[in-house]
Write a protein that binds this ligand. Structure first.
Ligand SMILES: Cc1cc2nc3c(=O)[nH]c(=O)nc-3n(C[C@H](O)[C@H](O)[C@H](O)COP(=O)(O)OP(=O)(O)OC[C@H]3O[C@@H](n4cnc5c(N)ncnc54)[C@H](O)[C@@H]3O)c2cc1C
Length: 239
């Protein structure tokens, strides 16, 4: 990833920066075969989960008591969240978390696309100079970078607000999901444009990203639904 400055934003502490670096180094050495689309996606997913487990990364989903690294996770019955009969309400509350993570996935796709586009724009020669010297290309790269940071800020706000103990983050999660997925689509589309004909050739990362980002604007609540949620919350807050 070209730009890691977001790790210095106030949402993060040293332990997060250390973890991010460790994970990135691990992924670089262990996940080399995932640079192109696998022929059998199901099998590749199973292998990836096993690798994550072997690497110790799934330990963050397990509490200390059972050998994991998470001090707070405890899913025993004695720690049941909410009361019996409130399952639907609880399920809706989990969407607050999952929607933010869909936004985070879209952000990762967008960062990957910008990284690819920057490399391409700096290496491709046009009219005797790198493509990145063309002002219209610079405008695209600037817009992509802006979309990415705006998405990140909305996602980190949602996650940070939840981490700080907010019971619900319905509006924050909907905003982060809506903005980040729509922005990632724009960013990836511009990356394909910068790659020219190669951008639509199977095997190029931006072509794969272009196909993969599409579903994120639909699942966990389509963009139209997020707009309705944001509007409803905004009206409720301003009665
Ligand atoms: C890759 C992928 C993974 C998925 N994973 C899961 C999963 O794990 N679990 C699960 O339960 N579901 C999953 N889904 C289903 C997903 O949640 C639904 O596809 C999504 O909610 C849209 O529902 P639908 O496909 O029935 O389309 P429809 O309900 O027919 O909606 C079609 C379109 O109508 C528009 N629309 C919807 N509501 C409104 C509105 N109120 N106003 C205006 N326009 C509107 C949106 O553009 C929407 O995309 C997944 C879908 C995909 C593509």
């Amino acid at each position: 990833m070209s730009d890691r400055s977001f790790l210095n934003w106030p949402f993060f502490e040293d332990k997060h920066r250390t973890l991010a670096l460790e994970l990135e180094n691990w992924a670089k050495s262990e996940l080399t075969e995932y640079s192109s689309a696998p022929a059998n996606v199901d099998l590749a997913c199973q292998e990836l989960v096993l690798k994550l487990a072997d690497g110790g990364w799934l330990d963050y989903c397990v509490t200390n008591k059972y050998g994991g690294k998470n001090p707070n996770l405890d899913v025993r019955k004695s720690q049941q969240i909410g009361n019996g009969g409130e399952g639907f309400k609880m399920a809706m509350a989990t969407l607050d978390i999952f929607r933010s993570t869909v936004g985070a996935a879209a952000l990762g796709f967008a960062r990957h696309a910008l990284h690819e586009a920057l490399n391409r724009a700096k290496s491709r020669q046009m009219f005797g100079a790198p493509m990145s010297k063309l002002q219209l290309i610079q405008a695209k790269l600037g817009d992509m970078s802006l979309d990415i940071d705006a998405s990140a800020l909305l996602i980190y706000r949602a996650a940070w607000t939840k981490d700080k103990g907010a019971e619900r983050i319905t509006k924050e999660a909907a905003m982060s999901k809506l903005f980040a997925t729509e922005a990632a689509q724009r960013v990836i589309d511009e990356a394909v444009q910068i790659f020219g004909g190669s951008g639509v050739v199977s095997g190029f990362a931006v072509e794969q990203l272009y196909r993969e980002i599409r579903a994120l604007r639909i699942y966990e609540g389509a963009s139209e639904v997020q707009k309705l949620i944001i509007a409803a919350q905004t009206i409720k807050e301003n009665k």
